[in-house]
Design a protein around this ligand. Sequence first.
Ligand code: E4P
Length: 219
Amino acid sequence: MKFFIDTANLDQIREAQDLGILDGVTTNPSLMAKEGITGTDQVLAHYKAICDIVDGDVSAEVISTDYEGMLREAEVLAAIDEKIVVKVPMIKDGIKAINFLSQNGVKTNCTLVFTPGQAILAAKAGATYISPFIGRLDDISQNGLELIASMSQIFAIQGYESQILAASVRSPLHIVKCAEIGANVITAPLSAILALLNHPLTDSGLAKFLEDHKKASGQ
Ligand code: E4P
């Protein structure tokens, strides 16, 4: 399972990249705004800065909601760097745009997916990645992980090639469960990724090992 970081914060992207486990980055307009990135030139330059840090795919989201507008934006975004994946919302024009882009060699990420039916449409359109938002489903008392499990089963049976990119991941448990049920990729904040490191028995065990070593070597 690939690990993407879900942020536009360059320091956090560098930290995850330095850890050696990063396979890519996802952003969205809200994450860009959170970093104070506004205006087309600034946005495009920021995507380039992200591409220069990481080795893998970088999702850059279109703002247009009409087919022609999405294709215009996709052309500009895809020209930034070969790592760019054009992120397109799960709407009718978005599906048309994904179909066109995939047939023309542009990588796509279909975002804001909340049902297996939406995922099937995105897969039929040829999306490279499909992003089910599991945390936002949990927020409204629906089980986000059940959507990943359903997509996993459908994609295996139907032989769909799109990668299941579990998004809106909020916790280390989400990450572990996504790995168990067959997500191809998770995208998560740095805090959720780093939380995988933690266990109190690891901390106390290490403290004891170091203490015993110190005693044995007469320090
Ligand atoms: C992924 O592509 C989305 O940008 C992101 O995971 C949304 O997460 P949120 O629901 O925590 O905002």
